[in-house]
Design a protein around this ligand. Sequence first.
Ligand code: RIB
Length: 289
Amino acid sequence: MRILNYGSMNLDYVYQVPHILRGGETLADSQREIFFGGKGLNQSIALARAGAKVCHARCIGEDGTEMRDYLSQNGVDTSYISVSESSSGHTIIQVDDSAQNCILLWGGANRRQKRDQIDRVLENFGKGDFLLLQNEINEIPYIMEQAHRRGLRIALNPSPIDEQLMHFPLELADYLLLNEIEGNAFTDEEKPERILEKLQRKYPRMKILLTLGGDGCMYWDGSRIYRQGIYPVEAVDTTAAGDTFTGYFLAGILEGRPTEEILRRSAKAAGIAVSRQGAAPSIPTADEL
Ligand code: RIB
């Protein structure tokens, strides 16, 4: 069983700052590092490091070929990545002393995919395969509709949140992996239990993973709700913690592991990612769990 991750690839410019900048403020003398990231790339790396067979699809610019090579060195099939005229996506990330971050995202090539390219990629996948999507690329509703028509199972991580999310055909998703803020946007509810309840009622066949930051997560598998706490660590950088959880979670589903074990492994992997700097480089291999 294969998983096709149609997802963003970004160069992350990460600045270590004493505090996240306020409007009008200028801060000099910060440290900068450049990491490979993007929710798509991070989730492909997490899937591959968890042992899944993953194919990554998307556009990069001429400046992004190292990201493609990085995926491929990590065992990801990169034959569906194309090079566009636009430069690659990038982010400006501030990480403060308490390991919190804020991210400015420039979509670049991530938002340049055309429908005929999407059709050519999806032609190679069918019933039994999985499609994974996040919200950093263009044409998501089209990709979901075409994948559904071909019988792929769809896992959607609607992150980061924005207005276009409200127009996604959520009913086509088999798995929805979201955080409380996204859950609130979809349901107008604050309490995790109420968010899950409303989503369950609206999309009865959907399995829902709701992540709750420091409170762990809740998972509705279609018949019952599971809860999983976090593994506390000394936090260095929370970037890609959610992506790590998502990758490990889906890899566990593909492998058919028991649900409790999947959640435990995903929480451990996310904990390790939080204890390290950067996005993709912080994601552990299965051996490290
Ligand atoms: O989820 C973390 C990712 O979000 C970063 O790697 C950054 O590229 C942004 O897309």
